[in-house]
Design a protein. Structure first.
Length: 129
């Protein structure tokens, strides 16, 4: 019994130090790098110009700005996005209005393209699983 308690204690310390099984990395939102499980919005068509990476759905883009260098850097994302990459396994919808309302463009899992119905007129997005 003492040996078992000691093994459990050692395993707990190892887990706390990050030793043992690898834990998958999670996307880091707003670092300007498009990673797995994120939506990447681009200032220009065909994935050009500055971009922003978003992990969580957003009800309003009004406070977000394009992060990476390039044309449109520092501009607000709201009503300025022209193309999108969906790096997630859910379907991505980009909406014309805040709070996921109005017309929308839809991208399948890992799909990408230019915005059509919401080109430079976009205010929110979310995934559907």
């Amino acid at each position: 019994m003492r040996i078992m308690k000691r093994l459990v204690a050692v395993a707990a310390v190892a887990a706390g130090l990050g030793i043992g099984a690898a834990v998958p990395a999670q996307a880091v939102e707003l670092n300007g790098v498009c990673e797995h499980r994120e939506a990447c919005f681009y200032w220009d068509s065909n994935f050009g110009g500055a971009k922003i990476d978003l992990y969580s759905p957003r009800v309003d883009f009004s406070t977000l700005r394009f992060l990476s260098p390039g044309a449109g850097a520092g501009q607000y994302v709201k009503n300025n996005s022209a193309s999108v990459r969906n790096h997630d396994y859910g379907t991505l919808r980009v909406y014309y209005n805040e709070n996921y309302t109005g017309v929308y463009d839809e991208f399948p899992p890992y799909g990408s393209g230019n915005l059509v119905r919401t080109w430079n007129d976009n205010a929110s997005f979310k995934w559907f699983f």
